[in-house]
Design a protein around this ligand. Structure first.
Ligand SMILES: [Zn+2]
Length: 232
């Protein structure tokens, strides 16, 4: 184990859970970072901007018209981001090229801490990354987001032969969807189960949620509208 990794573990292992409830947003905002007062509302407002731009692009033959008079928005400066980060939300979602959280929530660099794999599964590595974001970076909001037409969930519903690696990838999804044959239902079951797994397998995340330091929500992104709906 390298020095850097040991250092990381010492830092995270030594974290008192009480530190999770520090008034971190105010501190970070005072340092010039973009920190919304209501992270969930900021996330959903960003999605409304994205969905609107997507609809406009569809009406304009695939181009996004410049919106004159658009409200000025917060943008973390490169200088601030070069030495620090204060993301205000963590998103666990699918690797699908159409589901990029930074676009879907209309955010700028430094705002979202993102973990992705095909099927948004809470693998051990994903749990560890979320723990880092919540306990070290102190993100106050965690969203697990599935999406319509997910290829990984579709593969889990099929019996087609897969490579050994892909088979391992979709095994937890198969368990999560519990035999569902409806893709919309299966996507929701899978996202809800991933969120439950994060809490069940991580004492740090369970404690953060129980203390109120962390809000956990589950969303579903609709590809045909660009809209993210909260399902929990
Ligand atoms: Zn997917």
């Amino acid at each position: 184990m390298g020095i850097q990794r040991r250092h990381f573990l010492q830092r995270t292992g030594g974290l008192a859970l009480a530190a999770l409830i520090q008034a971190r947003p105010v501190e970070a905002a005072e340092k010039g970072f973009c920190i919304p007062n209501d992270p969930l509302e900021a996330l959903m407002a960003g999605n409304r901007r994205f969905a609107k731009a997507w609809r406009l692009a569809e009406q304009n033959n695939g181009t996004t018209p410049r919106t004159a008079g658009a409200n000025p928005r917060c943008f973390n400066s490169p200088r601030a981001l070069a030495t620090n980060q204060h993301p205000w939300a963590t998103v666990l979602t699918c690797s699908d090229s159409r589901v990029s959280p930074s676009w879907v929530f209309d955010t700028t660099p430094g705002e979202l801490f993102v973990i992705r794999n095909a099927g948004n599964t809470a693998f051990t590595e994903a749990i560890a990354s979320v723990e880092y974001s919540v306990s070290v970076l102190k993100t106050p909001l965690l969203m697990v987001m599935g999406h319509s037409g997910c290829g990984a969930v579709t593969a889990a519903m099929d019996t087609n032969p897969l490579t050994p690696s892909l088979d391992r990838l979709i095994q937890p999804i198969r368990e999560n969807i519990n035999g569902s044959s409806d893709i919309e239902d299966a996507v929701k079951r899978n996202a809800l189960a991933s969120a439950s797994t994060l809490i069940q397998r991580s004492a740090v995340l369970a404690e953060a949620k129980a203390s109120g330091a962390l809000k956990l929500v589950v969303g579903c992104f609709q590809l045909n509208s660009g809209v993210v709906s909260l399902i929990e």
